[in-house]
Design a protein around this ligand. Structure first.
Ligand code: DC
Length: 223
C-alpha cells in the first residue's frame, strides 16, 4: 500500500492539529505539527532576549537546534535537546510567533527540516504552507477554515483556566490571521488543488471521517 503525504493547512483554531493527529493515528502515519517548530524558535528568541527582527533572528537560527521526536505521547518538540512541548503553548510564545515565522531565514531552515521529515511519505503534516511550499506534490491537500467565533470558542475551551474572554481570544486570533496571511513569504493561502473544509459546524469525528475518505481514495488511486 502506497504511503502518501497529507498536507493540512488553515488558520489558527480551524481544528487542524487534533484532526491531523487522529487521521495519522488511523492510517498508521506520522503526524507532524510544523507550528511547534516556529514556536520553539520564538521561545529561543524570548529566552535569549533577542530582538524579533531579520538580522538577529537569522543569526539565532544558525545556533539553535529544533527537533521533533515521536513518542507514545505523540510529537514532542525539543529546543537544543530540551523538551519544550508544553512551554511553547504559553501566551508569550503565541503572541510573538507570527512575527518570527514571517522571517525568511527562519522559514528556509524549517522548510528544509519539514521536507526531510516527510520525504518517504506516510505523513500528515499541518501548518500554513504545507500544500503550497513544503509539499506542493502532496497527494492530498486539505485547507481547513472555520468561523472566527467558533475558533475562539474552541481555543477558550482548550485553555481551561483563563482570564481571557472569548472576545479577547477572537481578537488575538484575528490579529494572527492578518499577520499569517499577509506576510510576504509563504503566506497562509489555499493551494489551487486543495480541498476546502469548513469545520464551523462539524465535530472532530466528522472532520476525521471526511479526510480519511479522501485519503483512502488517493491511496487506492496511487497504488
Ligand atoms: O499552528 P500554530 O498556531 O501552532 O502556529 C504557530 C504560528 O506559526 C502561526 O501563527 C503561523 C506559523 N506557522 C507558519 O508560518 N507556517 C507553518 N507551516 C506553521 C505555522
Amino acid at each position: 500500500m502506497k504511503k502518501i503525504i497529507i498536507a493540512l493547512d488553515g488558520p489558527a483554531g480551524s481544528g487542524k492539529s487534533t484532526t491531523a493527529r487522529l487521521v495519522a493515528e488511523k492510517l498508521g502515519y506520522t503526524y507532524v505539527d510544523t507550528g511547534a517548530m516556529y514556536r520553539a524558535i520564538t521561545l529561543a528568541a524570548l529566552e535569549q532576549n533577542i530582538q524579533l527582527e531579520e538580522t538577529p533572528l537569522t543569526e539565532l537560527v544558525k545556533t539553535i537546534e529544533v527537533e521533533l521526536r515521536q513518542s507514545p505521547k505523540g510529537q514532542r518538540t525539543f529546543l537544543n535537546g530540551v523538551d519544550v512541548s508544553e512551554r511553547i503553548r504559553e501566551t508569550d510564545v503565541t503572541a510573538n510567533v507570527s512575527v518570527v515565522s514571517a522571517i525568511s531565514s527562519v522559514r528556509q531552515k524549517m522548510v528544509l527540516l519539514q521536507k526531510r521529515l516527510g520525504e518517504s511519505g506516510g505523513i500528515v503534516m499541518d501548518g500554513r504552507d504545507i500544500g503550497t511550499v513544503v509539499f506542493p506534490q502532496a497527494e492530498l491537500k486539505v485547507f481547513m477554515v472555520a468561523d472566527i467565533r467558533k475558533r475562539a470558542a474552541r481555543r477558550y475551551a482548550e485553555m481551561g483556566n483563563t482570564n481571557n474572554s472569548i472576545e479577547d481570544i477572537a481578537a488575538l486570533i484575528a490579529q494572527r490571521d492578518i499577520l499569517d496571511s499577509t506576510r510576504e513569504i509563504s503566506p497562509l493561502t489555499k493551494a489551487d488543488d486543495a480541498v476546502e473544509i469548513d469545520t464551523s459546524d462539524l465535530t472532530i469525528q466528522q472532520q476525521v471521517e471526511m479526510i480519511l475518505q479522501l485519503a483512502e481514495q488517493k491511496i487506492s488511486s496511487s497504488c
